[in-house]
Design a protein around this ligand. Structure first.
Ligand SMILES: Cc1cc2nc3c(=O)[nH]c(=O)nc-3n(C[C@H](O)[C@H](O)[C@H](O)COP(=O)(O)OP(=O)(O)OC[C@H]3O[C@@H](n4cnc5c(N)ncnc54)[C@H](O)[C@@H]3O)c2cc1C
Length: 468
């Protein structure tokens, strides 16, 4: 007998013969304590997370997902679903329960003529971008190439194509999903349309997606990339200028501003390491020369500390942040809040708060919202927060266990201090550790909360799939 934790957090003995039967049926394989792969299979991106599941089902096919879901359902096991394991809360793994691990399901099919791509849930953005860019196409993804397409798309997904083409979830044409009863369903605007609506921003609460079909757009292959680090002591004036700039920028420009410290890396002169900085980063979709001309004011506004802006392949742009977010090495606690307006007061508060961050690795990421992202109606998909001026990513990043409390405390305080400026919403994919429970979901789902919960009740009445 193997003791496995149930959905009610009790321990239940499961007969070894049933586990062996499951293992024998799988196209993939089972990993459990004592196996050589156990430690790597339970490790996730956030170095703070150290959980020990009883069983990890490494799925290789949608049928494996069905087998694993039926097994979990029959024994009412505590369940986690893993795409690429990037969620900051470590929701891809649990203690004592079952993990349905999709990380080895990596098929991608691009139909260049139809401008669509189908990808399995273990694919990450670097892999999908490379496959679609082979045809000069792309779909909106995240800004770090190692991040999984699955969790990111289901929570919404913003990156460098958002002003022109919207969220990742806005570009989902269809999805196949295994529901709590073990069925494999097609979802799109016409089939299981309620479920398809919920998958676009409602997260992983409704079942396990085994295939994502995306709409593709012509992108690059070369794009002009603004990557300009200014002196942080001038952040107040620069952010006021940025506010004016984005108000009239065309949809071809998606950008953010980051309050941070210059990293101690070879890419930056040693005399600047550790200095407060305000980074402007942007991607222009279209003629790179025109992009450079349009984005020049964000470079000219002050003498940059370091300016790494250039024309580069889109796939390279998508890796610019990779080095800063090593898998498993650092400790991370990320939250977010949407701002109603980007007021002078909000700017001053943000500048004061970053100066109080306990870690030099920490950043405040100011994602300017607008364009196609904001033209989708809040109830068109499960992603409600369409009218915010900005999303503030509150990213506490640090190395030492001893500094956990100080860093987490700072990020929570920032969230509270930004409340007067906030719409009251937060992004499902940057929710801290979901420690506010139900309240965190209400903030993430906003005006779509009731509709999302009704769909949850219809497809997963016994809460097999965790909402957070
Ligand atoms: C370094 C880094 C950079 C990031 N950059 C961005 C960014 O630019 N833009 C942005 O919007 N977000 C960004 N994020 C947040 C990202 O969207 C989330 O972390 C997302 O959960 C990652 O997806 P994953 O598949 O790797 O997650 P996992 O940790 O594997 O999964 C997270 C949760 O998603 C659900 N899930 C995963 N796969 C499935 C599936 N197939 N079916 C059903 N549910 C599933 C499950 O509930 C699971 O617990 C970033 C995160 C990191 C760590």
């Amino acid at each position: 007998m193997l003791e496995i934790t149930t959905t009610r957090m009790q321990s239940r003995p499961v007969d070894e013969r049933e586990i062996e039967t499951l293992a024998a049926e799988l196209d993939g394989y089972l990993v459990r304590e004592g196996d050589a792969q156990y430690d790597s299979a339970r490790a996730v991106w956030n170095g703070m997370i150290d959980r020990r599941p009883a069983l990890i089902v490494r799925c290789h096919s949608p049928q494996d997902v069905q087998r694993a879901v039926r097994f979990a359902s029959a024994h009412t096991l505590r369940l986690s679903v893993r795409g690429s394991g990037h969620h900051v809360a470590g929701s891809a793994v649990n203690d004592g329960g079952l993990v349905i691990d999709l990380s080895e399901m990596k098929q991608i099919q691009v139909d260049a003529q139809a401008r669509t791509a189908r990808a399995q849930p273990g694919v990450n953005w670097g892999e999908l971008d490379r496959a679609t860019q082979a045809y000069g196409l792309a779909t909106p993804g995240g800004v770090v190439s190692d991040t999984g397409i699955a969790g990111l798309t289901l929570g919404g997904g913003f990156g460098w194509l958002r002003n022109k083409y919207g969220l990742s979830s806005d570009n989902l044409i269809s999805a196949e999903i295994v529901t709590a009863d073990g069925r494999l369903l097609k979802t799109n605007e016409n089939e299981n349309a309620d479920l398809f609506w919920a998958l676009r921003g409602g997260g992983g609460a409704f079942g396990i997606v085994t295939s994502f079909e995306y709409r593709l757009h012509p992108v690059g292959p070369d794009v002009f990339t603004l990557f300009c680090f200014h002196d942080g002591s001038r952040a107040r004036e620069l952010l006021r200028f940025y506010r004016e700039f984005i108000a009239s920028a065309p949809d071809e420009i998606s950008s953010f501003a980051v309050l941070a410290k210059i990293p101690a890396s070879e890419h930056f002169p040693a005399e600047h390491h550790g200095k407060p900085t305000l980074l402007f980063q942007a991607c222009y979709l279209g003629d790179p020369a025109e992009g450079e001309r349009l984005l020049q004011p964000l470079r000219d506004i002050a003498a940059p500390l370091v300016d790494l802006s250039s024309v580069m392949p889109f796939v390279e742009m998508q890796t610019l942040w990779d080095e800063e977010y090593p898998r498993g090495e650092l400790r991370y606690y990320w939250r977010s809040t949407y701002l109603k307006t980007f007021s002078d007061e909000a700017i001053d508060r943000l500048i004061a708060l970053i100066a109080e961050a306990p870690s030099a690795l920490t950043t405040l990421d100011l994602w300017a919202m607008g364009g196609a992202f904001s033209r989708v109606a809040p109830d068109a998909t499960a992603f409600a927060h369409r009218d915010a001026a900005m999303n503030i990513g509150i990213e506490a990043n640090w190395a030492d266990t001893a500094d956990d409390e100080a860093n987490i405390g700072w990020a929570r305080r920032v969230t509270q201090e930004l409340e007067p400026f906030s719409t009251g919403g937060q992004y499902l994919n940057f929710p801290g550790f979901f420690e506010e429970g139900e309240a965190a979901l209400r903030q993430a789902y906003g005006s779509n909360y009731d509709r999302i919960m009704a769909i949850k009740a219809k497809y997963d009445p016994y809460h097999l799939f965790p909402m957070k």
